[in-house]
Design a protein around this ligand. Structure first.
Ligand code: G6Q
Length: 550
């Protein structure tokens, strides 16, 4: 592929001109068109999803230009290459096949000439058998007791996905309690273990490489905790491993029958569909896990086959691109109006920022345009009582996604209507704001007199024109959760293609792993170190004060 600059694409130029034009308009003007909602929304009754993107700062022409940009970037061709097992992760020379993990049609998928579906299916079968045994009590701890608590030890991709899904599907959980330990800070494992009994606890050690310092340190602490109370023979019934590095697991001492394998073609942050999902399966049962896979598979097909103009991940991606590269939006907020989805923004933070937080393009050159935005957020109304002030009235321009559900899982009083009234009100307020005239009328209706009205009016004006997507789903189920996650995965993929970066490597993560290993010996013995004066002095203070009773 020759040198290529996306800013030299004719669509870039047109979009820049369109930005200068659209700046003069407000969403209030754009909504004078009564057909706007039907033009800019998608309803899919097969999965119970409505995607409304009408409250975005686009016109028919701008939308067409954005879609043209995606077409000219060959998004569909790249998607086909990904699904067919081509090694599109070019820096690590790996295929990217989280889609094969949920390939419910079971059509062959080849990596290096070998169909990988039989192996994927055999790990799924092993997960099914194991989880059935565990949940029914056939699998027992070494003293013959049923396992009541599971601790998943992993970090990054080996933690965030299963943790988010277990939380999201808590309502459906009818298995053992599931805890997650990720931080190397001993407080994490200490606070979990203090409530558990070794006899009834199973550890799932989740690590693709099985070398990650955080995970191995926590796993060793867990192993000591078990063996001190129950002896070495307990390891076989209290530890299982999820990994791509079988040899390292055997060295650690976990029984070879207790290994659930996944592969190099699964990146950590896309791995919840693999053996890394074992904690999910234990919590909600295998059938519900399959429903999760079904939902994601549905979106995989939608992504591959729907025309760009009706393709939800493509549309979300081009809108994000529009704000990121033309409006200068450096962040994007995610607001799920569901307590069950309270980990969803944190999960997306990794999947998006680790994927698209890159500066070097496919030719190995530094890009001269912005790539991935900062992703952040919080569950619905809680955000309204903290940071939403800034989105409404601050100086930053922050596009947002609002995710809501038509039906609650448990209907208690009118909680859900009140929750959803907030959901609808926020996007309306962000789009249309409150003009000075409206504010004055409101203040007059409240009985305020004129000097006070004059004083308050400008503070109470909401400029509006803040873009939002609304994703409204009939109900939170394993299937719709699979749908939602896969929509975001493919959105990230499309943006990576448009920015011509590798969304599937993570050299920034690798650096952290290396650097900590350099400093660790310097904290254990007072060796002279060669760091800059700041780092050197901080390490010096740490070493001189540690173990002192302060
Ligand atoms: C994800 C990253 C990273 C990884 C963790 C844990 O895509 O690669 O977050 O998942 O560093 O790595 P291990 O699973 O190898 O312990």
């Amino acid at each position: 592929m020759g040198k290529f600059d996306i800013k030299s694409m004719p669509q870039w130029d047109y979009l820049e001109k369109s930005y200068n034009q659209i700046k003069k308009f407000h969403l209030r003007d754009l909504f004078k068109d009564e057909n706007r909602f039907s033009e800019f929304s998608i309803q899919d009754d097969n999965i119970g999803v409505t995607f409304d993107y009408s409250k975005n700062i686009i016109t028919t022409d701008i939308f067409k230009l954005l879609i043209d940009f995606a077409k000219a970037s060959n998004v569909n061709e790249y998607a086909k290459r990904m699904f067919s097992g081509e090694k599109i992760n070019w820096t690590e020379k790996r295929a990217v096949l989280h889609t094969a993990l949920r390939n419910r049609s079971n059509t062959p998928v080849y990596v290096d000439g070998k169909d990988i579906m039989p192996e994927i299916n055999s790990v799924l079968l092993k997960m099914e058998t194991f989880s059935n045994d565990l949940r029914s009590g056939r699998w027992k701890g070494v003293t013959g007791k049923k396992i009541t608590d599971i601790v998943n030890i992993g970090v990054g991709g080996s933690d965030l996905g299963p943790k988010m899904v277990c939380e999201a599907l808590k309502y459906y959980s009818d298995g053992p309690n599931v805890y997650f330990v990720s931080n190397i800070d001993s407080a994490d494992i200490y606070e979990v273990l203090k409530r558990l009994s070794p006899e009834t606890t199973l550890f799932i050690i989740a690590s693709k490489t099985f070398t990650t310092l955080e995970t191995i340190t926590n796993a060793l602490t867990a192993r000591n905790w078990i063996t001190e109370k129950l002896g070495d023979k307990a390891i076989a019934s209290h530890f299982v491993a999820l990994t791509a590095s079988i040899k390292k697991v055997l060295e650690f001492g976990i029984d070879k029958n207790n290994i659930f394998k996944f592969w190099d073609f699964v990146s950590g942050r896309y791995s919840l569909w693999s053996a890394i999902g074992l904690s999910i399966v234990c919590s909600v049962g295998f059938d519900k896990f399959v429903e999760l896979l079904d939902g994601a598979h549905y979106i995989d097909q939608h992504f591959l086959n729907a025309p760009y103009e009706r393709n939800i991940p493509v549309i979300m991606a081009v809108l994000g691109f529009w704000y990121n590269n033309f409006f200068g939006a450096s962040t994007h907020a995610i607001l799920p109006y569901s307590q069950y989805l309270n980990r969803f923004p944190a999960y997306l933070q990794q999947s998006d920022m680790e994927s698209n937080g890159k500066t070097i393009n496919i030719e190995g050159d530094r890009v001269d345009y912005d790539t991935g935005p900062v992703i952040w957020g919080e569950s619905g109304v809680n955000g309204q009582h903290s940071f939403c002030q800034l989105i409404h009235q601050g100086t930053k321009f922050i596009p947002c996604d609002f995710i809501g559900f038509v039906n609650p899982l448990e209907k208690i009083g009118d909680h859900h209507e009140k929750l959803m009234a907030n959901y609808f009100a926020q996007t309306e307020a962000l789009a249309f704001g409150l003009t000075k005239k409206q504010v004055i009328n409101n203040l007059m209706a409240m009985g305020l007199s004129f000097p006070d009205i004059e004083f308050l009016a400008s503070h109470s004006v909401f400029e509006g024109n803040k873009p939002t997507n609304s994703i409204l789903i009939d109900k939170l189920t394993p299937k719709t959760l699979g749908v939602l996650i896969a929509i975001y995965e493919h959105k990230i993929f499309v943006q990576g293609v448009m920015w011509r970066i590798n969304s599937f490597d993570q050299w920034g993560v690798e650096l952290g792993k290396v650097l900590a290993n350099v400093i660790l010996p310097e904290l254990k013995s007072h060796v002279d170190n060669k760091h800059d004066s700041s780092t050197k002095n901080l390490i010096g203070i740490f070493n001189s004060k540690k173990n002192r009773d302060l």
